[in-house]
Design a protein around this ligand. Sequence first.
Ligand code: PLP
Length: 407
Amino acid sequence: MAFKPANNIQDLQYFGEFGGVNPSISDSSTYTFLSAKTMFDTFEGNADGCYLYSRHSSPSNLYLGEALAAMEGTETATVTASGMGAITPVIMQLCGAGDHVVSSRTIYGGTYAFLKNFAPKFNIETSFVDITKLDVVEAAITKNTKILYCESVSNPLLEVADIIGLAKIAKKYNLKLVVDNTFSPLSISPAKLGADIVVHSLTKFINGSSDTVAGVICGTQEFIDDLRNVNDGACMLLGSTMDSLRSASVLKNLRTLHIRMQQHSQNAMYLAKRFEKDGLKTVYPGLKSHPSHELFKSMMYDKYGFGGMLTIDVGSIEKANELMEMMQAKNLGYLAVSLGFYKTLFSAPGSSTSSEIPDNEREAMGLSDGLIRFSIGLDADIERTYDMMRRCMETLNILETKTSELV
Ligand code: PLP
């Protein structure tokens, strides 16, 4: 059967032991054994279906992991306590002292800070490149490179990675292509396009209710087993394990992801088109003006659209702050970082989520101070939202033409 990410989630069947329509939550950190031999075999990883200790694995975490693996089309997956708790063990597992990473320069600020400031303590160096230029990516590879790292749609600039092209380069040089798919769940399936490992911050669209931080690593059985190895597995030993109660609640939210993504994308497309028409500098992969619009189209499942993230540039941080404060006062969303909530969230990445990136590098990558990143919510009446946002922009003289002058 053709790979269809949302169907793959729908088709998974889990019953609770007592007939509940949701699997029972494993509310235990440790598990009993009827024989000492089975306990030993479980510790060694040789007893399927047995659990020893919840940092190693737990039924609830396995259920969520399998659902996310089905969504991404990978052999399996392991869930983690945050998105960073997924990204950092992948890098530490694949790289040792002396190794090298080629990474997109427009990535989430925390990932950037990890690669730039933390990984060098272990003698792991990173070259940050313009990921949209495959020749530049290839030229940055050295004999020590182990990983090509990117986000399918980047935070915050919404650059789109050519996953098929990058996968070819990764294969040629025997590297692992690691793709953070946090911004485009369901729309893009990186593993199906050739990525070796797919990570997510579940904190965002996948969980969708802004009530937890969580992450996942999707990959081959061999790689996930390596991460969980009791002797040298980065997930096992760094210990960013998700709590079972949380994985049960993320699993429940995952089931409505396909409906939510359609609404986020539809609303974002509407606003992006209107903002662009109003003369605002608008970046949204669904706009024909986006440099990678055709590339995104060639990789996406149409049904889920171009995602819920868009940016506008209002010229200065002062204007950006004024606009965000006014929009929040009018209840058009929240001045907050993060994304994927039912309410629209907006922030200025230059002074928040990307502030780890030095000024000169932010400038080089085109991350200006007046940039506002929007995570568009599930608003039932997006036309009303637009009208109200437009009035805020008129009041602050961000828009030149007033509504009253429009024909
Ligand atoms: N990846 C992306 C693209 C993100 O936007 C974020 C957080 O904002 C992360 C990873 C880190 O995830 P978490 O905050 O769940 O650790």
